[in-house]
Design a protein around this ligand. Structure first.
Ligand code: ZN
Ligand code: ZN
Length: 223
C-alpha cells in the first residue's frame, strides 16, 4: 500500500518535472509545448521561398475593410474611463471577414486558400488588456442574415463565439496553454485552446490563443 502511494507520487513528480522542463524551453519557438495531437509539427518544414509569413501554426486572417475594431476604452481628461468606442454606425461589434488556415499537411501562408472563410462580428474584449497594444478579441460567426453560426475552429467543437487572447508575456501564454491542457485532461471541462498567428488587415499581430468561450455553443461542457 505504502509503495503504491510512493509510486503514484513519483509519477506525479515526473510529470511535474517534464512540464517544468517544457516551460523552461519555451524561449525557443521551435520547442513550444504540444499544440494538439493532430496539429502540424513545428519542425515539419516548408518548401516555400519565405517571401511571406510561413508558420506551422494555424493562421488567422482578419479583414475589417479599413474600419477600426470597436471596444477601445475612451478616457476623459482625468484618466477616467467613460466608455468604449463603437463602429461608425454606433454598433458594439464590427462586421468583418475571417479566414483560417489550418491544414496539418503543410505550413500556412497568408496567400494560401483558407480552410475556413466566414463573416464575423468582432470587438475588443477584456478589461485592462484593452489598453495594451496586443488586443484581445471577441468573435462571433454570423451568416448572411446576421444570425449566429457555429463553426469548428482548428479542430475544436463547433461554436459561434470565440475569443482570441493575445497575452503580452510569452511565459504566461505558455503557462495558460499548459494549464488549460492539464485542466482539460484532469477535469474534462476546461475550454479548448489553440495557438495561432494573427494577421489583421495585412499586418502581422503575433501569436494568439484561440479559445472557445465557456458560456456559448450548443455542445458546451459548462453553461
Ligand atoms: Zn512556407
Ligand atoms: Zn463547448
Amino acid at each position: 500500500m505504502q509503495y503504491k502511494v510512493i509510486g503514484i507520487l513519483a509519477v506525479i513528480l515526473m510529470i511535474a518535472m517534464t512540464v517544468t522542463a517544457a516551460a523552461a524551453d519555451s524561449g525557443n519557438p521551435e520547442n513550444r509545448v504540444h499544440q494538439h495531437l493532430t496539429g502540424r509539427a513545428p519542425d515539419a518544414g516548408c518548401n516555400c521561398d519565405r517571401t511571406e509569413l510561413c508558420t506551422h501554426l494555424p493562421l488567422v486572417l482578419i479583414e475589417t475593410g479599413g474600419q477600426e475594431i470597436p471596444g477601445v476604452p475612451i478616457v476623459d481628461a482625468n484618466g477616467q474611463e467613460i466608455g468604449v468606442t463603437t463602429t461608425e454606425d454606433g454598433e458594439e461589434m464590427l462586421l468583418a471577414k475571417i479566414s483560417i488556415l489550418d491544414n496539418p499537411d503543410h505550413n500556412h501562408h497568408p496567400s494560401d486558400s483558407p480552410d475556413l472563410e466566414a463573416s464575423v462580428l468582432i470587438r475588443i474584449r477584456g478589461n485592462s488588456s484593452r489598453y495594451f497594444d496586443k488586443k484581445n478579441y471577441l468573435i462571433r460567426f454570423v451568416g448572411p442574415d446576421g444570425d449566429y453560426q457555429n463553426h469548428t475552429v482548428m479542430g475544436m467543437d463547433a461554436h459561434y463565439e470565440w475569443a482570441l487572447h493575445g497575452p503580452y508575456l510569452d511565459q504566461s501564454l505558455i503557462r495558460n496553454y499548459m494549464w488549460y491542457n492539464i485542466a482539460g485532461e484532469i477535469m474534462g471541462y476546461a475550454p479548448n485552446v489553440r495557438f495561432c498567428e494573427v494577421v489583421l488587415n495585412g499586418e502581422y499581430r503575433g501569436i494568439y490563443v484561440m479559445t472557445e468561450t465557456i458560456t456559448n455553443g450548443t455542445d458546451c461542457r459548462v453553461n
